[in-house]
Design a binder for this molecule. Structure first.
Ligand SMILES: [Zn+2]
Length: 71
């Protein structure tokens, strides 16, 4: 039973294979570290290294896809 309702703002960050959906925390962090261009596209597919556990989990299919793009 959650005591506080957090309004979770999600952001889409474009990678070469599709959009990552990240939380506001991860998004701000990527912005701070200049890992996003002004149009919110990831400058590199390794931005997933910066994701929190939740975002990593949420985007795991895409992350795996990017990691194993040899298929
Ligand atoms: Zn996150």
């Amino acid at each position: 039973m959650p005591e506080r309702e957090q309004k979770v703002i999600m952001h889409a960050v474009m990678s070469t294979r599709g959009p990552f959906i990240v939380c506001h925390f991860c998004y701000s962090q990527l912005k701070d570290e200049a890992k996003l261009d002004p149009r919110d596209r990831a400058v590199s597919d390794t931005v997933s290294d910066e994701f929190c556990v939740n975002c990593y989990d949420r985007n795991k299919i895409l992350i795996d896809d990017l990691a194993g793009s040899t298929e």
